[in-house]
Design a protein around this ligand. Structure first.
Ligand code: HEM
Length: 166
């Protein structure tokens, strides 16, 4: 007979454990209750939009292609004439990472202040719509599923009144 499988030896194991628990001032009940109260970090959380869309690689690809489209659109490119576009792309990557729930330490300007000087240069709702259309076309070109495209456009669309200083 293999040691530990007979009722007698099983009883011995339980007894030995009880004795050890008693000696160590612990017991099975306390062990179990300790195990069932898991730390909050073990809780299952819903993946963020940032994660579902594909994380850093996807955001970087999206923003790069997005600004290529914007700079090829004469109705929009003049707004960006005097900018360092590498910096602008990095700011937009940081903003979208934050807005989509990714890991961030966004320190950029708020949307109202960032676009205030553009209002005097004619920034209006048609430009906002054109930017949103370019973002949608970029996401579609990158084969992002339609429901995620919708979520992105809802978040970006929610900045409208700030961007247009309404
Ligand atoms: C659709 C929603 C928009 C979002 C989420 C957005 C996001 C941003 C962000 C994150 C910045 C950088 C802020 C910083 O300096 O820290 C920025 C700056 C800028 N955005 Fe937008 N933007 C939007 C719409 C537009 C539109 C419609 C235009 C013009 C067609 C535009 C043109 C610019 C320009 C030119 C800057 C640079 C401003 C400066 O440095 O003086 N943006 N935007």
């Amino acid at each position: 007979m293999i040691l530990g499988t007979s009722p007698a030896s099983a009883a011995f194991v339980v007894f030995a454990r009880s004795a050890r628990c008693a000696a160590a001032n612990t017991c099975l009940v306390r062990d179990v209750s300790r195990r069932t109260v898991e730390p909050r970090s073990n809780e299952v959380t819903e993946p963020t939009l940032y994660e579902r869309i594909g994380g850093e690689a996807a955001i970087t690809a999206t923003v790069g292609m997005f600004y290529d489209r914007i700079m090829s659109d004469e109705s929009l490119s003049h707004f960006f004439d005097d900018l360092d576009m590498d910096k602008q792309i990095n700011k937009q990557i940081a903003f979208m990472t934050m807005a989509f729930g990714g890991p961030h330490d966004y320190t950029g300007t708020d949307m109202r202040a960032a676009h205030a000087r553009l209002i005097s240069r004619g920034l209006a709702v048609e430009h906002f719509s054109a930017i949103a259309d370019h973002l949608e076309a970029t996401l579609v070109a990158l084969s992002v599923p339609p429901e995620l495209v919708g979520e992105v456009l809802t978040i970006v669309g929610s900045t409208k009144s700030e961007v247009l200083n309404e």
